[in-house]
Every structure is written in structure tokens, then in C-alpha cells.
Design a protein around this ligand. Structure first.
Ligand SMILES: NC(=O)c1ccc[n+]([C@@H]2O[C@H](COP(=O)([O-])OP(=O)(O)OC[C@H]3O[C@@H](n4cnc5c(N)ncnc54)[C@H](OP(=O)(O)O)[C@@H]3O)[C@@H](O)[C@H]2O)c1
Length: 334
């Protein structure tokens, strides 16, 4: 196994770059078969990306968690397993809908405390582990105060089913309220060179000693400079930034940023990850990929030092590169 530098997410120690497994479930970034998915996961673990992010909502019927379970079999102790709950609303429970700003309009969760233990037990079964290292409500529930949801996770911590509490897609205020109920170790938010993080959320996380997990750190692939068009069966069709006209305009807008990567002799994707790692020692990106060569390329970014002048040059280029296609996921929770 290769070594990556490590970072702290609160009290949890993880490699500086993790692995986002969502890409391995059909219906997300197009088709991917089980052999390819498992090979990718094992490649990521062998490369040192031993912080694996999944969710009970990725793929049908716990598909993504079951894949992760297979890949970590026999090497559980090497891996920090993070998963999320709330999207797999049980039969008979009410889906709590909220608008997200994506073209599919709404998402639905149920994070009522009475369901949380059942979610965790299903995830433990799918992952085939005794304990979840980091457990997040995937989105705040629009009908349930966040205090109530995290109170239920705190009981799982007391009972040894979960080690640490994380939060995903929350506001600064929700983070503060949750942290007052039970210490939060990590907050997961979309953050990349085409999606600035909420400054209030970052400030609250830093004040409270909560680590920041950056999701879609490659802009769902856009920032690698390799996406010219997304096809049917790819969930990015729902994202206005990937519509044919917007995508072409966005690729044009990022020419200068990509030029900086070329000058440094690195790929645009590596620059995107290295830039995130330079936003603070508490930031951990979790890029996803089905492709071993891409995984290696991404993990190399953990070793790239960016000079202060380069960072200033990048910030100036990013300030001029406003993406077409509006905002992305919004938080509809309480
Ligand atoms: N909390 C949330 O609500 C939330 C939401 C979204 C995502 N996430 C988490 O964040 C993780 C990462 O997000 P993501 O998968 O949406 O986006 P991402 O990591 O920004 O991008 C993934 C895309 O980039 C491509 N890619 C990766 N490395 C590449 C490289 N070196 N060169 C060219 N293309 C490359 C992948 O294609 P290939 O497979 O061909 O490499 C895939 O299409 C997810 O797996 C999930 O765990 C969380």
C-alpha cells in the first residue's frame, strides 16, 4: 500500500485524498459493471485512498455500500468507512421533499429519529462491518430539526455502531445546532474550483474544529478538462452546467485555469485537487473514478506544492471564470 500524507477531520485521521464511491453505481455516471467497480475501489485502497465515502442512497438497494463491503473484506483495519443515510425512505414512511435547484427539481429524505437505527443496521449489513467510522445524514430533513436527527446518531455512537458523526449539505447554523447536541467531526459540502464553499460554513467548521470533506472536487469531472458532452444515462444531464451549450461555454471559460496546470506540468484535475488541499489543512477531497489511471493521477495531487504566486494567479483566473448554468444542489433542510 502506498502512503499519502494524512489529515485530521476533527478527531478522525484520514489520508489527504479519499475516494468517493458514488461513481461506481449504475445510473450515476453511466454504466459500470461489478468487476470494474471492485477493481477501481481496490486500486484506490492500494494507492492509499483508504478513506472511502459511500451512502445507502447510491445505487439500488444498498448497491454502493455492498461494493465497498466487498472491497474492504480482509482489510477493514486499513480503511475509514464513511456512509450516509436518509434517501432510502422505508415503506410506510413519508418522503420529505425539498427543492434542490437541479433539473430533477426535488429530492426526498426521511431523517426522523425513529428510522435512524434501522438505516444504520442496514448499512452495517451492506458494508459487512461492525461499526461505521463516520456517519452522516445525507441531507438535513425539511421536516425534522437537525438536533433530533443527530440525537439519534449520538445513541448509535453510545451503542458502538458508529464512531463519529458527520454532516452533509448543511448550513453554518445547522452545523452549530447539531454540534451542540453531539460533537461533529466532519462536514461534507460541494467544493471545487467551480463551486466556492459557503464562507459561513467554513468559518463555523473552523471555529468548532470540524474537518471539511469536499464532494465533487473535480466538478463531477468538468475540472479535468476531459468532458465535452455528457450522454443519456449520466446523471449530469440533470445539471444545467453540463447542458451542451453551457458545457461548451464553461470549457471556454476554464482555458486560462487549464493553462496554469499546463505551465506547472500537471493535469487540470491534479490542479483542482491540489488547489483544494491548499485551502486549509482541514480539507479532504473525495474524488471518484472508475479508471485506475485516473485514480493514480488524482492521488499524485496529494504531493503537489503550489506556490503562493500560483495560488494568487489561480484565484484571479477563477474570478474571471464564472460558470454558466446557475447554482447546484441547495439545502432545503431545517
Ligand atoms: N454529500 C453529497 O450530497 C454528495 C454529492 C455528490 C457526491 N458526493 C461524494 O463525492 C464523491 C465525488 O463526487 P463525484 O463523483 O460526483 O465527482 P468528482 O469526483 O468531482 O468527479 C467524478 C468524475 O470525474 C471523472 N474523473 C475522475 N478523475 C479523473 C481524471 N483524473 N481524469 C479524467 N476524469 C476523471 C470520473 O470519470 P472516470 O470514472 O472515467 O474517471 C467521473 O466522471 C462521490 O463519490 C460521493 O462520495 C457527495
Amino acid at each position: 500500500m502506498n502512503e499519502l500524507p494524512s489529515r485530521g477531520l476533527g478527531r478522525l485521521r484520514v489520508p489527504a485524498i479519499g475516494y468517493g464511491a458514488m461513481v461506481l453505481s449504475p445510473g450515476m455516471y453511466g454504466e459500470v459493471d461489478e468487476d470494474r467497480a471492485l477493481a477501481a475501489l481496490r486500486h484506490a485502497l492500494d494507492g492509499g485512498a483508504t478513506f472511502v465515502d459511500t451512502s445507502d442512497g447510491y445505487g439500488e438497494d444498498g448497491h454502493n455500500e455492498r461494493l465497498v463491503g466487498k472491497a474492504i473484506k480482509g482489510r477493514r483495519d486499513e480503511v475509514v468507512v464513511a456512509t450516509k443515510f436518509g434517501f432510502r425512505v422505508p415503506d410506510g414512511a413519508e418522503p420529505h421533499r425539498f427543492p434542490v435547484g437541479f433539473e430533477f427539481g426535488e429530492l426526498a429524505v426521511n431523517a426522523e429519529p425513529r428510522y435512524v437505527r434501522g438505516y444504520a443496521e442496514a448499512s452495517l449489513r451492506n458494508l459487512d462491518v461492525d461499526v461505521i467510522d463516520l456517519y452522516y445524514p445525507h441531507f438535513p430533513d425539511p421536516k425534522v430539526p437537525i438536533e433530533d436527527t443527530v440525537g439519534a446518531v449520538a445513541e448509535l455512537v453510545d451503542d458502538g455502531l458508529v464512531r463519529y458523526l458527520g454532516l452533509s449539505n448543511v448550513t453554518a447554523e445547522q452545523l452549530r445546532r447539531a454540534h451542540a447536541v453531539h460533537p461533529v467531526q466532519a462536514v461534507q459540502t460541494e467544493w471545487s474550483m467551480w463551486r466556492p464553499a459557503d464562507p459561513d460554513l467554513l468559518a463555523a467548521a473552523r471555529e468548532l474544529g470540524v474537518g471539511v470533506v469536499a464532494w465533487s472536487p473535480l466538478g463531477a469531472g468538468f475540472l479535468t478538462g476531459t468532458v465535452q458532452r455528457v450522454g443519456d444515462g449520466d446523471f449530469r444531464r440533470n445539471n444545467p452546467r453540463f447542458g451542451d451549450a453551457n458545457l461548451a461555454a464553461n470549457n471556454d471559460a476554464y482555458v486560462a485555469v487549464r493553462g496554469i496546470a499546463a505551465d506547472l506540468g500537471i493535469t487540470p484535475g491534479q490542479l483542482a485537487l491540489a488547489w483544494l488541499l491548499h485551502q486549509g489543512q482541514d480539507v479532504v477531497p473525495i474524488p471518484g473514478s472508475r479508471t485506475p489511471a485516473h485514480i493514480e493521477e488524482n492521488l499524485q495531487a496529494a504531493h503537489i506544492d503550489l506556490h503562493a504566486d500560483t495560488l494568487a494567479q489561480l484565484d484571479a483566473a477563477l474570478a474571471r471564470a464564472t460558470p454558466a448554468g446557475g447554482t447546484l444542489l441547495q439545502n432545503g433542510g431545517r
